[in-house]
Design a protein around this ligand. Structure first.
Ligand code: NAD
Ligand code: 0WE
Length: 259
């Protein structure tokens, strides 16, 4: 008996086996959910299909979330294959590299638009695409980061995009609550993924986090996956519009001194 037996989940954002989306896929699968994966077309054959095969996932479809036609297509395909949907997971983000390196004040108009479009607007776009398929009791889950609320060095325009994403969670929760659909975000501490590695200063920040956070360790894919199982299941039936911190307590601190 799994917590998610009979529930169907579509997960956006698997790039490789380090992806938070993959950690969530494994956790939902372990509780009995039937899964579908969607990712950028360029990643599907080499990266995503082999992972999907590990979990016996039969639905793997491309979607660039900046393209409304691709969003419409992925939900059409889901409807043909499964009919309805219980869990929608949004675990993707993008900003131009140069906007994560320099000073925030240098952010270009184009870079701002790109980061907000892919990282924030896309949650509303895919939730609207999924809406005809979502049943009462359905759960929408996105991923955010503390840089939405605090100025984190180099996070820059991504912090502005995550602030918009977190506000979108509240407005979507207010809109869809009457239909019995919940919308929440998980704010994860730093995890070594493709999107995180190669960001200037990430290594030092990752090591610093482990020394300061109350739980004195970094967060794992299983930590985030566990919270996603809870948000996807009826155990969280009364929770919507929230940001749930999976950060070992880092964000509660006023002063971080460690030992
Ligand atoms: P990741 O690189 O594994 O995943 C990011 C995904 O975004 C990739 O699969 C990529 O293909 C996808 N993506 C980018 N542009 C896209 C587009 N236009 N259309 C469709 N997909 C697109 O990195 P991750 O760290 O697992 O990131 C997943 C989510 O977790 C992001 O929202 C990120 O902000 C969030 N998050 C990450 C951390 C961390 O430290 N890694 C912490 C908190 C929150
Ligand atoms: O949301 C993220 C990462 C998002 C991200 C990362 C990249 C790197 C490569 C978005 N776009 C790009 N574009 C690229 O070209 N995280 C929460 C992980 C992360 O990124 C940081 C962090 C943390 C944590 C950047 C600076 C400081 C901390």
């Amino acid at each position: 008996m799994g917590l998610l037996d009979g529930r169907r989940a579509l997960i956006f954002g698997v790039a490789n086996d380090h992806s938070i989306a993959w950690g969530i896929a494994k956790a939902l699968h372990a509780e009995g959910a039937t899964l579908g994966l969607s990712s950028l077309e360029s990643l599907l054959d080499r990266r995503v299909r082999p992972l999907a095969a590990q979990l016996g996932v039969e639905f793997v479809e491309p979607c660039d979330v900046a393209d409304d036609a691709q969003i419409a297509r992925v939900f059409d395909r889901w409807r043909e294959r499964y009919g309805d949907l219980d869990v929608l997971v949004h675990a993707l983000a993008f900003a131009n590299r140069e906007d994560l390196d320099g000073a925030f004040v240098e952010t270009s108009r184009e870079g701002f638009h790109r980061a907000l479009d892919v990282s924030a607007y896309s949650l509303t776009a895919i939730t609207r695409g999924a809406l005809p398929l979502l049943r009462p009791g359905a759960s929408v889950i996105t991923l955010t980061y503390l840089g939405a609320e605090r100025a984190v060095p180099h996070y820059n325009v991504m912090g502005v995009a995550k602030a918009a994403l977190e506000a979108s969670v509240r407005y979507l929760a207010a809109d869809l609550g009457p239909a019995g659909i919940r919308v929440n975000a998980i704010s994860a501490g730093p995890v070594r993924t493709l999107a995180a590695s190669g960001v200037s200063g990430f290594r030092d920040m990752y090591a610093h986090f482990r020394e300061i956070a109350p739980l004195r360790r970094n967060m794992t894919l299983a930590d985030v996956g566990g919270a996603a199982v809870w948000l996807a299941s009826g155990l969280s039936a009364g929770v919507t519009g929230e940001v749930v911190y999976v950060d070992g307590g880092f964000s509660i601190l006023g002063v971080g001194l460690g030992e």
